[in-house]
Ligand binder design. Structure first.
Ligand code: NAD
Length: 354
């Protein structure tokens, strides 16, 4: 057996329908007297109000100012609210954008965090924060970033629109796939990443918004996928998503969904065992092709062009990727990465090679 290092994620996880009702007890357990509830504007704000209502006198109100890719300007605005209201904890109710804001605040203040995820991004169980400044998204790891408590309540996800659920599920699968070939991988991460339940993440989209069971399964799958993301380092696929998200403000989960078949195909020759395992998890023979077909069946966009990336941006993306690369099982070849991006931009199937 290969030697390995295993560092469990220490976040307290509460999973179950109606678990949002435990929010006040959990805040009390953390010693929070004035928790600021975070969300994105719009529908997320209504969920935040619901949570603030449950907190009662332990609420410091809501701040619906989370923005995708965690721009530092949004964090600075939120920090002012934290100070003005003397908040002593943050509660993120929403997807990865809201979780990201809570993490950015915690990194700077060390305030405790509770997260109530409403997508399958998985950020809630990672000590990783990606922040954007001047069109560049950089990630960092710190124990301060890891949330103390996560409450998974399927009721909070029931209004997640079907197309968002689909690509968010693909985002979750991306964590699992990259964990299978990670440099610092371990058997527990592989068990979770290869778990058949990862299939259930995008399957939730098919169940439709009225289906409690598929969405519960998806939430459980998202937790597994988030855990592996938190445990091991990510490679080319996540690097490309960060580069494109930061440079062109592309929607995060949809970018994962478009790129994953291509980055899996790029790495397949150098990670055959991992790809075979991913294929088994997906119930298919060829993982890159299965991922491309799955995105198609879910009705997700399959080209970067449709996401709004300018074709002229491909060169810049290659340069930024090569300038600060992540470790990757297959050496980074700028010509091959350009080809990968051209195929993804056009919406062509992944190049599985000879
Ligand atoms: P998101 O949080 O922006 O949510 C997507 C959209 O869905 C938003 O418009 C949001 O308002 C809406 N929405 C969310 N939940 C809803 C619900 N229950 N009902 C109705 N609408 C709902 O997107 P995301 O894909 O979850 O997160 C993307 C962000 O998360 C990116 O910034 C990414 O970098 C970050 N992320 C970080 C990590 C990490 O470990 N650091 C992991 C994954 C993602």
């Amino acid at each position: 057996m290969e030697p390995f290092v295993y560092q469990p994620i220490s976040t307290r996880v509460i999973f179950g329908r109606g678990a949002v009702g435990r929010i006040k007890d959990e805040a009390e357990r953390l010693g929070a007297r004035r928790a600021l509830v975070l969300s994105t504007p719009g529908r997320g704000e209504a969920l935040a109000r619901q949570v603030a209502g449950l907190l009662g006198e332990r609420s410091a109100g809501i701040h619906a100012g989370a923005v995708m890719h965690t721009p530092v300007e949004a964090t600075e605005r939120a920090l002012k609210v934290v100070m003005d209201r003397s908040a002593d904890a943050v509660i993120a109710v929403g997807g990865g954008s809201t979780t990201g804001l809570g993490k950015a605040i915690a990194l700077r203040t060390d305030l405790p965090q509770i997260v109530l995820p409403t997508t399958y991004a998985g950020s809630e169980v990672t000590p990783v924060l990606g922040e954007t400044q001047g069109g560049v998204k950089t990630t960092q790891k710190s124990p301060k970033i890891l949330p103390e408590v996560v409450i998974y309540d399927v009721d909070l996800t029931m209004e997640l629109p079907v197309p968002v659920a689909a690509t968010s599920g693909m985002n979750a699968i991306a964590h699992a796939v990259e964990a299978l070939y990670a440099k610092d991988g371990n058997p527990i991460a592989s068990l979770m990443g290869g778990h058949r339940r990862i299939r259930s993440c995008p399957a939730a989209a098919r169940g439709g918004p009225a289906q409690i069971e598929p969405r519960s399964e998806a939430l459980y799958g998202a937790w597994l996928c988030g855990q592996v993301l938190g445990m091991v380092g990510m490679a080319l696929h996540h690097k490309l998503c960060h580069v494109l998200g930061g440079a062109f403000d592309l929607p995060h989960a949809q970018t994962h969904s478009v790129l994953l078949p291509h980055s899996a195909a790029y790495n397949a020759p150098a990670a055959r065992e991992a790809m075979a395992r991913a294929a088994r998890g997906l119930g298919a023979d060829d993982a890159p092709k299965a991922l491309f077909d799955l995105a198609g069946r879910l009705g997700a966009k399959r080209s970067l062009r449709e996401l709004g990336m300018p074709e002229g941006g491909i060169e810049r993306a290659v340069e930024t990727t090569m300038a600060a690369p992540y470790w990757n099982p297959r050496p980074l070849d700028p010509v091959a990465i350009r080809n990968l991006l051209v195929r993804a931009w056009n919406g062509e199937p992944p190049d599985s090679g000879p």
